[in-house]
Ligand binder design. Structure first.
Ligand code: HDE
Length: 682
């Protein structure tokens, strides 16, 4: 679709329009604009002869192709992005002078890239990993990037250790295995020997690391940043994104199967929801600690391995971001977008978190190699929506045509312009923080408690969540060949909880140490996904239907699904249409070959003729996979019979019934619950 005729959603969308090109219906030309009469045959000396050097068209086409790839991101290579908008609910002027956080009349265009960390650009998406959640706000004062993750803490406390962490996490260099996985020796060797990682490992082994959807993940700025108001008062701040649909995960067996059945599961989910108008929404929250309270906590506020429990420092919800437009071209936008935690606007500043300080160097540096030079800010997706002027010039791929002779400061020829802006005019001035100290390579004593918050996280989990963590450690360490490494990890996590250490030590053939454990009893209910928003909206149900189904009942049930925002997709044994007993026809969306129960949130066996042997087997397979993954299962008419015969009924989250309206509302409630963990406990 040409965008030329559509109304632009915002200033960034309108700006991008200048670079969009419609190729459909046009003549094929070279890059020089020359129309070509032939594009299938290279120029040869005779029909069976050699290709001629003179063939500029062949040379241009092939050269461009040969240079199509750029280096993938060293971490976060696999990602997917969408455009959106941020609206502010209330002015934050008490904390910050940032225009987009004080003017509630403005909608700020945004671009968000979600990613996995470890895998390469072609890796599968439901791997166990942290997810990147990087947001570019195109504000009137310049671009502000909030480059966060879906886990609020990090593995290390000092950026100088980042290359070591990433080398240990990535596939091992001698055989380049395993892809997109932390379940291997070098990763766990790093963990056991860098115990500051304990807290983040707890998150990485939890359900948070296998999200159901990018739309159902929290995002965190991780570091403590600084807000500065117009009176030059400064506040420590942590940023949170809270998904309106709640925070939900898949289960590990399911995650692994999805990777095979649909390696694009997360991008597909994001793309489709936006195409269908189910725009993903995230509320922005801030936790604020006044400067004078810096030392009032039992952790150092500058330590990136610590979170601020929401019960102690409440999250104030200040606005909402809606993702409402897919990209036009993944390479041009998603791949070329360049995020940087150092892209700030007046009113947002840094702290001395040593991880943040190091990131401020790394991001520009990496773009220079990845995007091939210093002009990546001119790429359409990276350009700010406000004007930019300075004396930087030239370099590979320069687009801007700076006019006139002056490219230096100070000058008299142009009255010393482009000129700096005073603070009152919006000029960025770093916060005048007082710093004093000796030059040392050291870590503050206040960063040395590595286990209390790991235990806080453990204490905050519900029983099923705890069991999932034990299972994850058992899986990951089960893949570690070195017994010494496995033992070191057991010993390390005995500092977090003996229940945890014993739980997985046993599964990997080891014993937990006889003494250990933690005396931390505190918990933070906000950390458990049991306490998240429960909603049936946008959930996908596989509806298994056979020929001769009860048309009226199915119609009624589909109407309830629709009004509750549940998406029903019909799965049957072949493509085409199915006829109900009353002549109603429904179109089949998927066959048993093209879909799989792991790709749905719930399974509903709606009835009809299920007697064909392979049909019946497939229907039972759908029910048993859904059962194993704690998903809601529904049945009516012949479907109920099938579920009964196979002992699926009489379990939590299994809803059967022939009365369309009662069935539909009970089933929707079961869908909203997401998963029915008590099945696991029986
Ligand atoms: Fe990054 N990180 N990172 N990181 N990071 C990159 O920048 C780095 C860290 C995060 O979708 C790289 O453009 C260092 C924490 C996201 O384009 C690189 C350290 C958090 C993305 C880099 C960290 C993040 C990146 C690779 C330790 C959560 C993807 C490609 C001090 C707050 C952004 C690139 C996108 C990407 C460096 C730690 C989030 C190499 C040195 C903590 C979401 O520059």
């Amino acid at each position: 679709m040409s965008d030329q005729n559509r109304e632009h959603k915002n200033k960034k969308d309108a700006q991008l329009e200048k670079d969009r090109v419609e190729d459909k219906g046009k003549k094929l030309t070279t890059n020089q604009g020359l129309k070509m009469a032939e594009d299938e045959f290279s120029l040869k000396a005779g029909e069976r002869g050699p290709t001629l050097m003179e063939d500029f068209h062949f040379r241009e086409k092939m050269t461009h192709f040969d240079h199509e790839r750029i280096p993938e991101r060293i971490v976060h290579a696999r990602g997917f992005a969408a455009h959106g908008e941020f609206e502010l609910y209330k002015s934050m002027e008490k904390y910050t002078k940032a225009d987009f956080l004080t003017d509630t009349s403005k909608k700020t265009p945004t671009f968000v890239r979600f990613s996995t960390v470890a895998g390469n650009r072609g890796s599968a998406e439901t791997v166990r990993d942290a997810r990147g959640f990087a947001t570019k706000f195109y504000t009137e004062e310049g671009n502000y990037d909030l480059v966060g993750n879906n886990i609020p803490v990090f593995f290390i406390q000092d950026a100088i250790k980042f290359p070591d962490l990433v080398h240990a996490l990535k596939p091992e260099p001698h055989n380049e295995m395993p892809q997109a996985a932390s379940a291997h020796d070098t990763f766990w060797d790093f963990i056991a020997n860098n115990q500051e990682s304990a807290h983040m490992v707890m998150w990485a082994m939890s359900d948070r690391a296998i999200p159901r959807s990018f739309r159902m993940m929290e995002g965190f700025g991780v570091h403590t940043f600084r807000l500065v108001n117009a009176q030059d008062e400064s506040f420590f701040v942590k940023f949170h994104w809270k998904p309106v649909l709640g925070t939900h995960s898949v289960v590990w067996d399911e995650a692994q199967k999805i990777n095979g059945k649909d390696p694009d599961f997360h991008r597909g989910d994001l793309w489709n929801s936006i195409e269908e108008g189910d725009y993903p929404e995230y509320e922005l929250g801030i936790q604020v600690i006044p400067e004078e309270d810096e030392f009032k906590f039992d952790f150092d506020v500058l330590d990136p391995t610590k979170l601020w429990p929401e019960e102690d420092v409440p999250v104030e919800i200040i606005g909402k971001m809606t993702l409402n437009r897919n990209v036009d071209n993944v390479f041009a936008e998603t791949e070329q977008v360049a995020f940087h935690p150092g892209h700030v606007v007046p009113g947002i500043d840094f702290t001395n978190d040593p991880l943040l300080q190091g990131r401020l160097f790394s991001y520009t540096d990496t773009q220079l190699i990845r995007l091939g030079g210093p002009n990546f800010h001119e790429l359409p997706i990276n350009r700010p929506v406000c004007p930019f002027h300075n004396n930087q010039r030239d370099g590979y791929g320069r687009h801007t045509i700076n006019k006139g002779p002056v490219s230096y400061h100070k000058n008299s020829l142009w009255d010393n312009t482009p000129e700096t802006a005073s603070k009152e005019e919006g000029g960025y001035e770093h916060y005048h923080e007082k710093v004093e100290g000796r030059k040392v390579r050291a870590r503050s004593e206040s960063f040395k408690d590595h286990f209390s918050q790991a235990t806080l996280f453990w204490n905050s989990m519900s029983e099923p969540e705890k069991q999932h963590i034990i299972n994850a450690f058992s899986f990951e360490l089960g893949k570690v060949e070195s017994e010494s490494v496995r033992k070191q990890v057991v010993d390390m996590f005995a500092n977090v909880s003996m229940d945890l250490a014993k739980g997985f030590a046993d599964n990997i053939g080891l014993e937990a140490p006889s003494n250990g454990g933690s005396d931390v009893t505190k918990s933070s209910p906000a950390l458990s996904q049991e306490n998240t928003v429960k909603s049936p909206k946008t959930r996908k149900v596989a509806v298994i239907v056979g020929e001769g189904f009860k048309g009226n009942a199915l119609n009624d049930i589909f109407n309830t699904f629709k009004s509750e925002g549940v998406a029903a997709e019909i799965v049957s044994n072949k493509q085409g249409k199915l006829k109900g007993e009353d002549g109603t026809e429904v179109a089949i969306d998927h066959t048993f070959q093209t879909a799989d129960p792991v790709l749905f949130d719930a399974v509903y066996i709606a009835g009809g003729d299920l007697n064909n042997k392979s049909f019946k087997q497939s229907a039972v397979y759908y029910a048993s996979e859904a059962f194993k993954h704690f998903k809601p299962i529904g049945g009516s008419f012949e479907g109920t019979q099938l579920l009964k015969e196979n002992d699926f009924t009489d379990h939590k989250g299994v809803v059967v019934g022939d009365d369309a309206s009662t069935f539909a509302s009970d089933f929707v409630e079961a869908i909203a619950a997401h998963r029915h963990w008590s099945r696991e406990l029986v």
